[in-house]
Design a protein around this ligand. Structure first.
Ligand SMILES: [Zn+2]
Ligand SMILES: [Zn+2]
Length: 840
C-alpha cells in the first residue's frame, strides 16, 4: 500500500490535501475517507495514492469509508473537467456529485481545557472574585459544565466511540486515536447541565473548553417491518385466514403496514407470529416512487410522421454507440415527451442506461406515476423534495444497477449509472439547470460533456432553444430535429397584442387588465372555457413609496424594495426573505403619505375576483405553491374543470397539458425587458412563447392576449408570431455586435463583503491588476457596482470578462484568483461565475 493519499475536501481551496495511510487500511482512488481537517472531521474523496513525502507532517486518515469507488473513472474525469471549466475546488464538485450526506452523522463534543481547569480551581479556592458581565445564572451554568467535563475527564463516563463505520459496505476503521478520550457529546452535556449553545461558544472562545467535531458515518438506509409467511398449516379463524391468504397472494411477504389495512384486528398478526406461522423481519425500505394513480399512458396515441422521424433518428444514433448531440426543436404541444420516453424505453430494452433531466417544477407526482408505469422498478426519480436519506437510497439503487432509467432535476446528471447510452435534457433553455452556488455548473453543458466522455447520445429538447444550443446546430455541432406541428393537427394559438400606452391614453388611467382582455375573459367564462393569466411578479404591490420624501421602503439586507404581501400583512424581500411590518407612515420622514404602487399576482387575483365574482379563481406562485403537490393539486383542479381562472407567475408557463384552457392573458410579462441584462430579450421571448403554448391544447383553438408597454420590441413581436427563427436571427446579430455569447465565452466575477470598505478595496485591487496585466484576447469590463449593489448584507462589485477563446478566458481567471489569494482576499468573497446566466 502506498504511504500517502491525496484527498479532495469540500472546502473553498483549490488543492488536494495529503494524508498518511495507516498500515491496516486500504483507501482507494474514487472512494471516500474520513479525515481530520482543522478542528473537524470531514469526508473527502481520494484522488491519488502515492509515495511522495509532503514537506509538512501529514496527519493520518481516520477511516476508509468505501471498498468500491463511489465515483468511477469516467465520473472522476467529469469532476476534473467541471473543476477546471468552472474554476471550482474539486472537493466541492465531488460534494455536489455525491448526494450521500445522510451517511454521515454530524455532531460535536467538548472536553475541558487547561484554562477551564484553572478557572474551576480558582473558583473553588476564593469563591470567585473575578468580575464578570455575565449574569449569575450564566456563570452558574458555565461552572456546572466545567464540573461535568472535569468529572468526565477522570471517570470517562460518556466517552464518544471511535469513528467506527457502521455502514454495511464500509471498510475497516482505523485503530484508536487519543482524539476523543474525554470528549462529551454536546447533547449529553447540554441535557446534563442545562446550558445554551451561546454560552458554550463563549467558553470555547475563553479556551475553557475545547470543541471537537465528532461526526461519524452512519447507516442511512430506512427499514420497514415485513411479514413473512412461514407456514399456512393448522386451523385458522376467519381473520387469520385473510392475513395468510393475503400473504400467500403476494408471494409470501408483505409490509406489515399493508396487512394492517386489512379489516382483521391488529392483534391477529401477533397471534400468527406467536404460533410461528408468520415471522416479522426488518428489511430495507424500497422507495415508493409515487402515491398518485398513473394517468393513461403517453403511448396511447399514435406518433405523427415528425415524431416517428425524431424517434428513428434518436434510436439510430444510440445504436451507433458513439457520441452525438441533437437538438430537438419542437413547438409547444408537439409531443416531445413521448419521443423522449419511447427513446428511453428502447435503451432499457437494450439493457443499457439513460438519464432524463427535467426542470425543477416539471417533476410532479403524476409525472412520476407515468414514469413508473412505463419503466416499472427500473426508474429512479431524483428531485429536490427528497430527504437526504431518500436521495442516498436512490443513489445506491442506481449505483447497484437496479434502476437504469434515471429521471431528475439538475444534479441527476451525475447519477452513477453504468453503460450510459442516452442523456436527454428537457426544456434545455430552463434557467434551473444552472447552479447558483459553487460549483456553478450548467447541467445541460455537463450532460453534453458526460455524453462525450462516455460515447453516449445527448438530446437537448425545447420549444424555445437557448441561443447557444441553436447556434451549435448551425455550426453542425448538433443535429437539428424539428417537430414543427402540434399533435393531432391542433393549431398554434392566435396572439393579439394590446398596447398598454394606448390603453392609458384612451381610458385615462393605468390599467392592469385591458378592456380587450376583460372582454375575452368574460366570453370564455360564458362558454365555460378556462383562462390563464400570467403576471411574472408575486406579492400584492412591489413598491412602497413616500410621496413626501420620495424614498422607497427597502430591505435591511439588500438594496431591493420590499414587496407588500396583503394576506400575510407583511413586507417581504424576495431576495433574502427579510420581513418587516406594513408601514403606516414613512420610515424615513414620518410622513403619512405612503403609497403602495404596482401590481403583483396577489393583487391581480383580487382584481379578477372583483371583476368576475362568479368565477372560481386560483393562484400559482411561490407563495401558494410550497411543493410539487400544491402545484399538482391546482393543475388537477383545472383539469377536472373545478376552476375557471388560474393566475400566476412564470410557474404557469411550465404547466402540463391542460385541455380546457382556451385563453391566455399576459399582464406585464415584459417587465424583464427593462433589466440591465443581455439575456433579457431571450428570457422574455421564451416566457411569452411558453405561456402562449398553454392555450388551445384541447379540442378548441386557443387565443393569447399579450398586454405590453413595449409593443415594438422584437422579443414581443416574434413571440406573437411564434417565430423562433426570426427572433434567433435578430438576437444573434446583437450578440455578435456586443461580443456576447454565443460569440464569446463570458464570466462574471463578483467581489462581495458585508463591509463596504473591503468590497471597494478588493474590487479596486483586482481592477488595477486587470488593467496592469496583459490578457491576450480577453476584454474586462469593470469594476462596477453590481446592478443589485447590496444583497443579503453583502456589498457587491463586479467585472464582466469576455473572450472568443475559452482557454484564454480561464487562464486569466485562474491568474486573477491566484492574485486575489496573494492579496489575502478570501476565496469565498470572490465569486467566479463562468457562463453566468444573470449579471445582476
Ligand atoms: Zn418619507
Ligand atoms: Zn433582502
Amino acid at each position: 500500500m502506498p504511504e500517502f493519499c491525496d484527498v479532495a475536501l469540500p472546502v473553498p481551496l483549490d488543492m488536494a490535501f495529503t494524508y498518511r495511510v495507516p498500515p491496516d487500511s486500504a483507501p482507494i482512488v474514487g472512494g471516500r475517507v474520513l479525515v481530520p481537517f482543522r478542528e473537524q472531521r470531514m469526508t473527502g474523496v481520494v484522488v491519488e495514492l502515492h509515495e511522495r513525502k509532503p514537506s509538512v507532517t501529514a496527519k493520518s486518515i481516520l477511516s476508509v469509508l468505501d471498498r468500491e469507488p463511489v465515483l468511477d473513472a469516467s465520473l472522476l474525469r467529469l469532476a476534473r473537467w467541471i473543476a477546471s471549466y468552472y474554476l471550482a475546488p474539486l472537493g466541492e464538485v465531488f460534494r455536489t456529485m455525491l448526494p450521500l450526506a445522510a451517511e454521515f452523522k454530524r455532531g460535536v463534543g467538548y472536553r475541558i481545557g487547561e484554562d477551564g481547569l484553572k478557572a474551576l480551581h480558582l473558583a473553588g479556592m476564593s469563591g470567585s472574585s473575578a468580575r464578570s458581565q455575565r449574569s449569575p445564572e450564566d456563570q452558574a451554568a458555565e461552572f456546572r459544565a466545567l464540573d461535568y467535563l472535569a468529572a468526565a475527564a477522570e471517570t470517562e463516563p460518556d466517552v464518544v466511540p471511535q469513528a467506527s463505520p457502521v455502514l454495511p459496505e464500509l471498510g475497516n476503521s482505523v485503530a484508536s486515536s487519543a482524539l476523543s478520550r474525554t470528549l462529551v457529546r454536546e447533547q449529553t452535556l447540554r441535557s446534563a447541565v442545562r446550558i445554551s449553545r451561546a454560552l458554550l461558544n463563549g467558553m470555547v472562545r475563553k479556551k475553557w473548553i475545547v470543541r471537537e467535531d465528532i461526526s461519524t458515518p452512519q447507516d442511512a438506509s430506512r427499514t420497514v417491518k415485513v411479514a413473512i409467511l412461514k407456514s399456512a398449516e393448522g386451523k385458522l379463524n376467519e381473520n387469520q385466514r385473510s392475513i395468510v391468504d393475503t400473504l400467500t397472494a403476494s408471494g409470501g411477504r408483505l409490509r406489515v403496514e399493508m396487512l394492517q389495512s386489512l379489516p382483521a384486528p391488529r392483534t391477529t398478526l401477533g397471534t400468527l407470529v406467536r404460533r410461528g406461522l408468520v415471522e416479522i423481519a426488518e428489511e430495507k425500505a424500497d422507495f415508493t416512487v409515487s402515491r398518485s394513480k398513473p394517468r393513461p399512458s403517453p403511448f396511447e396515441f399514435d406518433f405523427n410522421a415528425a415524431q416517428k422521424a425524431a424517434l428513428a433518428g434518436l434510436r439510430e444514433a444510440v445504436a451507433a454507440g458513439k457520441f452525438s448531440g441533437m437538438l430537438l426543436h419542437g413547438v409547444t404541444g408537439s409531443g416531445k415527451t413521448a419521443v423522449y420516453l419511447a427513446g428511453m424505453r428502447s435503451v432499457l430494452d437494450a439493457g443499457r442506461s439513460a438519464i432524463l433531466l427535467v426542470p425543477e417544477i416539471g417533476l410532479t407526482p403524476a409525472v412520476a406515476a407515468d414514469l413508473h408505469q412505463i419503466f416499472g422498478d427500473e426508474v429512479a426519480i431524483l428531485h429536490s423534495a427528497l430527504s437526504d436519506r431518500e436521495r442516498a437510497e436512490q443513489w445506491h439503487r442506481i449505483k447497484r444497477g437496479e434502476a437504469r432509467m434515471v429521471v431528475g432535476t439538475r444534479s441527476a446528471v451525475f447519477a452513477p449509472v453504468s453503460d450510459l447510452a442516452l442523456i436527454i435534457v428537457d426544456e434545455e433553455h430552463d434557467a434551473s439547470y444552472k447552479q447558483e452556488e459553487t460549483p456553478r455548473y450548467h447541467a445541460r453543458d455537463v450532460a453534453v460533456m458526460r455524453a462525450k466522455m462516455t460515447d453516449a447520445v445527448v438530446v437537448l429538447g425545447s420549444a424555445t432553444p437557448s441561443l447557444e444550443s441553436y447556434f451549435n446546430t448551425r455550426k453542425n455541432k448538433y443535429a437539428l430535429i424539428e417537430l414543427p406541428d402540434r399533435v393531432e393537427q391542433r393549431p398554434l394559438p392566435e396572439v393579439e397584442i394590446v398596447d398598454m400606452r394606448l390603453e392609458f391614453q384612451e381610458t385615462g388611467h393605468e390599467q392592469v387588465i385591458s378592456r380587450k382582455l376583460a372582454a375575452e375573459i368574460k366570453e370564455r367564462l360564458e362558454r365555460r372555457e378556462q383562462v390563464m393569466v400570467l403576471l411574472n411578479r408575486r406579492g400584492y404591490s412591489p413598491v412602497v413609496l413616500c410621496r413626501t420624501c420620495g424614498k422607497k421602503l427597502e430591505c435591511a439586507n439588500c438594496a431591493i424594495a420590499l414587496t407588500h404581501h396583503k394576506r400575510e400583512q407583511k413586507m417581504v424581500c424576495h431576495y433574502c426573505g427579510y420581513t418587516a411590518r406594513v408601514p403606516k407612515t414613512c420610515v424615513h420622514c414620518g410622513s403619512e403619505y405612503v403609497y403602495f404602487l404596482g401590481t403583483g399576482s396577489e393583487k391581480l387575483e383580487e382584481l379578477l375576483h372583483g371583476m368576475f365574482p362568479q368565477a372560481r379563481i386560483a393562484r400559482l406562485d411561490r407563495d401558494t405553491v410550497r411543493g410539487h403537490e400544491d402545484f399538482e393539486r391546482t393543475l388537477n383542479a383545472l383539469n377536472e374543470g373545478e376552476l375557471d381562472i388560474v393566475v400566476g407567475t412564470q410557474m404557469i408557463a411550465k404547466g402540463h397539458d391542460i385541455h380546457g384552457v382556451t385563453l391566455v392573458g399576459v399582464v406585464g410579462a415584459d417587465v424583464a425587458l427593462g433589466l440591465p441584462d443581455f439575456r433579457a430579450a431571450e428570457r422574455t421571448f421564451q416566457l411569452l412563447t411558453q405561456v402562449a403554448g398553454r392555450a388551445g391544447r384541447g379540442q378548441s383553438p386557443g387565443k393569447v392576449i399579450l398586454q405590453t408597454y413595449f409593443q415594438d420590441h422584437y422579443a414581443v413581436q416574434y413571440a406573437a408570431r411564434h417565430d423562433f427563427i426570426g427572433f434567433y436571427e435578430k438576437e444573434l446579430r446583437f450578440r455578435s455586435w456586443m461580443h456576447y455569447p454565443p460569440y464569446s465565452a463570458l464570466a462574471n466575477v463578483l467581489v462581495r463583503s458585508d463591509k463596504l470598505d473591503d468590497a471597494l478595496q478588493w474590487s479596486g485591487a483586482l481592477g488595477k491588476w486587470f488593467s496592469s496585466t496583459r490578457h491576450e484576447a480577453v476584454r474586462v469590463l469593470g469594476p462596477a457596482a453590481a446592478p443589485i449593489l447590496r444583497l443579503k448584507r453583502d456589498y457587491r462589485y463586479h467585472f464582466v470578462l469576455k473572450s472568443p477563446s475559452r482557454e484564454k478566458l480561464n487562464t486569466t481567471l485562474r491568474a486573477m484568483l491566484a492574485y486575489a489569494a496573494q492579496q489575502k482576499i478570501p476565496r469565498t468573497q470572490v465569486i467566479v461565475d463562468v457562463d453566468a446566466l444573470w449579471l445582476m
